[in-house]
Design a protein around this ligand. Structure first.
Ligand SMILES: Cc1cc2nc3c(=O)[nH]c(=O)nc-3n(C[C@H](O)[C@H](O)[C@H](O)COP(=O)(O)OP(=O)(O)OC[C@H]3O[C@@H](n4cnc5c(N)ncnc54)[C@H](O)[C@@H]3O)c2cc1C
Length: 466
C-alpha cells in the first residue's frame, strides 16, 4: 500500500480515489477549484467549478457507469439515488412488440443518472466520507517534484501547489481532465513529455435544461441521440424531473450558428416530431454553447520507454473525445477500475514496470472503447458535412455500415434492440455484438433506411431564416 496523489478531483478522479483508498492506499486528491460541493439540491445553481468547462452542459451516466460503480464502489449509486439521481431502465415503457417483453438479464441496462453538478456533488460527498481519502480544494498543482531515475528517465515523486506546498507520493495520478498541464510540467522537469494526438472534434453543442412541474420525464420516442442529416438531437433524462436537450452541429456549419438564440433553437427542436415534446416544459437555462471540443490522446510510453515514471494519466487526462455518445465518465470509471486492479498486482516500488504496465492495460482495456468512439465521431462528422453539401455519405467501412443497419433495424427485432442497447450503454463493443451468430445478417435484412421524421436541410435553413 502506498501514498497516492491525484491531480484533479473531478468526477472520475474522485471515483478512482475511493477505489484505491478502499484497497488500503493513503490517497490525497488535490483539486484547484476551491468551492466544496454544496448539497445536491443546490449544486446545480450554486456550485462554482471553473476547472470543468462542460460542468453545466448535458451529461448522462450510462449503464456501464452504474455497473462498474456497483461492482467497485458499493453504496455509491444508492447514495446517488437517495439524493435525487434518476434510476431508470431504457427498456421500461417500450412496448413489448419491440422488446419481446422483459427478459432475465435486462437489469444490466439499469442506469443511474443526474445533471453533472448534482451527480458530481453526491460522488464528492461520498468520497469525502471515505476513510483513506483526503480531498484538498483550492490546491492547484503547478509543478512536479522529480528526481532522475537510474536510466535517466525523469521520476516524479510528488507535486508542488500554487501556494507553495509540496506533497510527496509513491504515485501521482493525473486526473486533471482534458486540459491537464501535466505534459508541460513533465517537459519543464526535463522529460520529453507524452506524445499527443489532438484535433478539434468538429462538433458544436447547443444545449438547454428543462424541468417538469410534476417530477416526471417526457417519454422517449426513439434513442437518446437521434441523427437528422446535418444535425443530431440529444434528449437526456436527469435527476428530479429535469432533463437536457441538445442540438449538435458541425462547427463549420455557419448557417446554424443562429441556434445560440433561443427562438431559433426552439423552432428547430419543435420541427422534429419525435423530440419536440421534450421542450414543452419549464426551461431552467438559456442555450449553452460549447465548441472547440478536442479529441485528444496522450501516450506516456514512447519507443518502448516511459517518458517518466511515478506518474500516470487517467480518464480525460489520458484521452477524451467528442461527447455525443455520452461515454467520457463511463470510460473513465472503467479506467479507474483498471488502475485499481493493476495496483493489486504491480508493486509501487517498481516505477518503471508500473509505467509500462499502465500503458499496456490501458491499451488492452480502455483504448478500444476510445478508438470505437473516435471512429463513430469521424464517420458522423463526415455524414453531417455530406448532408450540409446535399450529397449522401459514402463509405466502405463495414463497421459504420453495420452500425447504420443496426440503428435502422433496432425496432424490428428484440435481439437487435438489446444488441443496440449493449453498444450504446458501453456494455459491449460493436465488433463483439456484430459477431453474435446471425446478428449482422439480421440487422442488414431488417434495416429500413427511411430517415427519421423532420425537416430536410433546406427546411432547416428556412426555419432559422438562413
Ligand atoms: C460538452 C460535453 C458534454 C459531455 N457529456 C458527457 C456525458 O453525457 N456523459 C459522459 O459520460 N461524459 C460526458 N462528457 C465527458 C465528461 O465530462 C468527462 O469525461 C469527465 O468530466 C472526465 O472526468 P475527469 O475526472 O477525468 O476530468 P474532469 O471532470 O474534467 O475533472 C478534472 C479536474 O481536475 C482539476 N484540475 C485541473 N488542473 C488542475 C491542477 N493543476 N491542480 C488541481 N486540480 C486541477 C479541475 O479543476 C477538475 O476538477 C462531456 C464532455 C463535454 C465536453
Amino acid at each position: 500500500m502506498g501514498r497516492i496523489l491525484f491531480v484533479g478531483g473531478g468526477v472520475v478522479g474522485t471515483c478512482a480515489a475511493m477505489m484505491l483508498a478502499n484497497d488500503g492506499h493513503d490517497v490525497t486528491v488535490l483539486e484547484r477549484d476551491p468551492t466544496p460541493p454544496p448539497p445536491p439540491d443546490t449544486a446545480w445553481d450554486e456550485w462554482d467549478r471553473r476547472g470543468v468547462n462542460q460542468f453545466r452542459m448535458l451529461h448522462f451516466f450510462l449503464p456501464r457507469f452504474r455497473e462498474v460503480a456497483e461492482a467497485e464502489l458499493p453504496g455509491l449509486t444508492e447514495a446517488m439515488v437517495a439524493a435525487g439521481a434518476l434510476r431508470m431502465n431504457p427498456l421500461v415503457g417500450v412496448p413489448d412488440e419491440f422488446t419481446g417483453g422483459w427478459r432475465a438479464g435486462d437489469e444490466r441496462y439499469d442506469l443511474v443518472t443526474a445533471r453533472r453538478p448534482v451527480g458530481e456533488s453526491i460522488i464528492a460527498d461520498v468520497a469525502a466520507k471515505t476513510p483513506g481519502v483526503t480531498i484538498r480544494r483550492g490546491a492547484g498543482v503547478c509543478g512536479l517534484l522529480t528526481t532522475s531515475g537510474p536510466d535517466g528517465i525523469v521520476h516524479v515523486n510528488g507535486v508542488r501547489t500554487e501556494s507553495g506546498d509540496d506533497y510527496v507520493a509513491d504515485l501521482v495520478v493525473d486526473a486533471g481532465g482534458r486540459r491537464s498541464s501535466m505534459p508541460e510540467w513533465l517537459r519543464t522537469a526535463g522529460s520529453p513529455g507524452p506524445d499527443e494526438m489532438i484535433e478539434d472534434c468538429g462538433f458544436v453543442y447547443y444545449g438547454r435544461h428543462f424541468r417538469s412541474a410534476d417530477g416526471s420525464i417526457p417519454p422517449a420516442f426513439g434513442g437518446l441521440l437521434q441523427p437528422y442529416g446535418s444535425v443530431s438531437v440529444l434528449t437526456l433524462p436527469a435527476d428530479k424531473g429535469t432533463w437536457g436537450v441538445g442540438v449538435i452541429t458541425s462547427s463549420r456549419d455557419a448557417d446554424l450558428r443562429v441556434l445560440k438564440d433561443i427562438e431559433a433553437w426552439e423552432k428547430v427542436v419543435h420541427a422534429f416530431p419525435l423530440v419536440a415534446h421534450w421542450i414543452d416544459a419549464e426551461p431552467i437555462t438559456d442555450v449553452k454553447v460549447m465548441a472547440k471540443i478536442e479529441d485528444r490522446q496522450r501516450t506516456y510510453v514512447v519507443d518502448g520507454k516511459p517518458v517518466a515514471t511515478g506518474v500516470i494519466p487517467l480518464a480525460d487526462a489520458w484521452a477524451c473525445t467528442n461527447p455525443s455518445l455520452g461515454r467520457g465518465i463511463s470510460m473513465g470509471i472503467v479506467h479507474a477500475a483498471v488502475l485499481r486492479s493493476m495496483l493489486r498486482e504491480t508493486p509501487l516500488d517498481d516505477p518503471r514496470t508500473l509505467a509500462m504496465r499502465w500503458s499496456e492495460v490501458t491499451a488492452e482495456r480502455v483504448e478500444p472503447l476510445f478508438a470505437d468512439t473516435l471512429a463513430f465521431d469521424r464517420h458522423r462528422l463526415a455524414e453531417v458535412e455530406a448532408a450540409i453539401e446535399g450529397r449522401p455519405y459514402e463509405t466502405e467501412d463495414p463497421s459504420w455500415l453495420l452500425g447504420t443497419a443496426l440503428a435502422q433495424s433496432v425496432m424490428k427485432d428484440a435481439d437487435l434492440f438489446r444488441g443496440f442497447l449493449d453498444i450504446v450503454s458501453l456494455l459491449d463493443r460493436g465488433i463483439d455484438v456484430m459477431s453474435r451468430p446471425g446478428f449482422a445478417e439480421r440487422a442488414i435484412a431488417l434495416a429500413d433506411p427511411t430517415p427519421l421524421p423532420g425537416p430536410d436541410r433546406a427546411g432547416l435553413l428556412s426555419l432559422v431564416g438562413s
